[in-house]
Design a protein around this ligand. Sequence first.
Ligand code: NAD
Length: 500
Amino acid sequence: MTATASGQTRTVAGSWIDGAVSGADGRPHPVVNPATGSVVAHVAMATTAEVDRAVGAARAALREWSRAAPVERAGVLGKLAELMAANADLFIAEEVSQTGKPVRLATEFDLPGSIDNVAFFAGAARRLEGKAAAEYSADHTSSIRREALGVVATITPWNYPLQMAVWKVIPALAAGCTVVIKPAEITPLTTLTLAHLAAEAGLPAGALNVVTGAGTDVGAALAGHPGVDVVTFTGSTAVGRKVMAAAAVHGHRAQLELGGKAPFVVFADADLDAAVQGAVAGSLINTGQDCTAATRAIVARELYDDFVAGVAEVMGKVVVGDPHDPDTDLGPLISTAHRDKVAGMVARAPGQGGRIVTGGSVPDLPGSFYAPTLIADVDENSEVYRDEIFGPVLTVRSFTDDDDALRQANDTEYGLAASAWTRDVYRAQRASREIDAGCVWINDHIPIISEMPHGGVGASGFGKDMSDYSFEEYLTIKHVMSDITGVADKDWHRTIFTKR
Ligand code: NAD
């Protein structure tokens, strides 16, 4: 199965279960390039029977994979990282074709970030943390075992299909878990390629399975499957809560990475040029379809007019067009349905107090494009200010003093990411403490690194992706307590029965 950069290839493929393609002759679902509307591949939708089979294969593979020495698991993941680099062109072509993201973003962000994550967890597989073994009681030696949690069910969204798959699948495999992943039905290609390459890297059959299909049947069947041990999810807050409810029926653990509405706070002493550039980059990355994207600029009154004019000017220079062209900055939204949703929210903004400074229009291009948009003077209760838009839209409000800025930053149910722009170290430290979010950037917005965690609070979910913290999500803690006296008549038995 391949999709070329030209978007012309048409192939039929299916799920990947127990080391083989499954159901390729089943119900084909088109994968559409949102820049052109053309079909780049067909991938068969899985049945719930295939979900059962995939979970069964993961369960069967668990014993061998979880007992492989850490160095063996590290070896397979290290080889996978090498194979991903060797297949860079295929990954990039598939990611660009199925999402419409600019080829520069896929080449410089999605793929290298994914490979680095795989390499990081190849190392993490060999670094199990725990308390020192010791005689915490005089009569016993206690030690900690870190063991694989079991079979992991993973459900991922369409915005960064490869990175989201890697963030969930790879730490789980590093920990010795086995996985069944369901990518979004509109963007399954790179997740399937990842699974094929993992098999080539030496991953045993069944350790990583991919079931393709819609959320309402395949996703729901996986989230509520009695045969899994934990459900990890990246997607919208509404669906995440359904997934958690399905997992709770069986008492399964859930880890949720959900929506965001990141504040971008510009204090009066900020470097204005840096803040303007940062706001445009932070709001337009991946056409704004980024859970950490800057969406609510909150700007000191003194800088407000210059900030609005600066952002409008830089947005006006952004090149919108063919995502396969390396000179393109902004690709289409994922679908025309999503474009219409974004356009509807922006169109309603003026009626709710917002002033569209630039954008707010559909460019004259085939595909689901939307112009970079800046909405100033937004009301705190307006839809564009409160709800996740997931498009190339930045809203702006002013603030009066630092307390007001931090209050506005936290005036959201979400808490995934935020940034504060200031040259004052005290302000920076105060903002990083006071803003309720999983990540606070100072004088930047967006960068992520494999060594550091990603994950939110509040309606943005809980649990971490990336870093050693994510690795911990897939490991259990077992206490082993060994008697070292060899005495049958133990002191503590007196609390239960008198000595014979
Ligand atoms: P979505 O919630 O609509 O879908 C996510 C996944 O869930 C898809 O695979 C979908 O098929 C599946 N799904 C849908 N209904 C289901 C159900 N009832 N049971 C089980 N699975 C079901 O999200 P989306 O539109 O694909 O992605 C955009 C959302 O993802 C945004 O809200 C964005 O903020 C969020 N996101 C969050 C992070 C993060 O790390 N916090 C990262 C990327 C995207």
